[in-house]
Design a protein around this ligand. Structure first.
Ligand code: FES
Length: 276
């Protein structure tokens, strides 16, 4: 008769770091390169302090929205002047280069992404090697999970989600304003298309969040008494399956939107007009 051993409280003592034969390093290395490149780009752009707004077509980069520096008012590009600081400009121009123009939204967005379940998995694997992959021994001698400072702060994700929701509304307003033509009326350019596509992807990322799914469908005893919430929960659950993909795609769409606005605002390229 075979005996069943009680589970050990220590880790399995295996000499090899891993018995895996596949290319398990690919994911953490790729993630490390992509995240590092993105953080460098975003940091440089956030403190750049110019080429953020195209007054003629009302294109505002998402990296500077909402824009709070007094420089955001009376922006002149190519003979056109306009205001990007629609929500108030309380930051004096002297803080340029020291404090990002989007001083309120950027910290929340950063914390929102930093505490996102998908990003946690990604940077735990690629930056902290905790562990680098399934069935690969990690270099750390002990594991305390997210129960202690500072990682216990990951539980604040639901509050950062609420902030991100509000900021997505502001980004939506920016995209609506980008339907602006040369003569001051309605118009569409490639910049409009890029800003709208970016905001759609941002919404998909924000609404597919696990916290959003809980806000909509959590804490209910039964769905039959809440048909609308059930329907919304079903929709959010569907896009939730692709949350990791939206997390990654929006990194790219944010860079594309920012880069395009920067190139047009600095007169490096002209906006490709589709209508007016
Ligand atoms: Fe990724 Fe909430 S879990 S944004």
């Amino acid at each position: 008769m075979s005996t069943v051993e009680a589970p050990s409280k220590t880790r399995a003592q295996i000499k090899e770091r891993t018995l895996r034969k596949d290319n398990w390093r690919l994911y953490p290395i790729t993630t490390f390169v992509i995240f590092t490149a993105w953080v460098v780009y975003a940091t440089v752009r956030a403190f750049w302090g110019s080429a953020f707004y195209v007054p003629e077509y009302h294109y505002l980069t998402p990296f500077y929205s909402p824009c709070f520096n007094e420089i955001c008012n009376n922006v002149t590009v190519d003979g056109h002047t306009g205001d990007a600081g629609e929500f108030g400009t309380f930051l004096p121009s002297g803080t340029r280069g020291w404090i990002p123009f989007a001083a309120i939204s950027l910290p929340f967005l950063l914390l929102f992404r930093l505490t996102c379940y998908y990003y946690r998995k990604a940077y735990y694997r690629s930056f902290w090697a905790a562990p680098s992959a399934c069935a690969v021994r990690e270099p750390h001698s002990k594991y305390t999970g997210e129960r202690r400072f500072p990682l216990i702060g990951q539980n604040l994700h639901r509050y950062f989600w609420m902030a991100a929701f509000l900021i997505s509304l502001v980004n939506t307003w920016d995209a609506v304003r980008a339907f602006h033509g040369k003569d001051g009326g309605f118009g569409i350019g490639l910049g409009t298309v890029i800003l709208v596509a970016n905001v759609v992807l941002l919404w998909l990322y924000t609404l597919s969040c696990h916290s959003c799914r809980h806000v909509i469908g959590g804490r209910l005893k039964n769905f039959s008494k809440h048909p609308l919430r059930y329907r919304m929960w079903g929709w959010v659950s569907k896009i939730n399956q692709r949350h990791g993909m939206y997390a990654l795609i929006t990194l790219g769409s944010l860079v594309v939107a920012d880069l395009y606005v920067a190139l047009v605002a600095s007169n490096t390229i002209s906006d490709l007009r589709i209508f007016n």
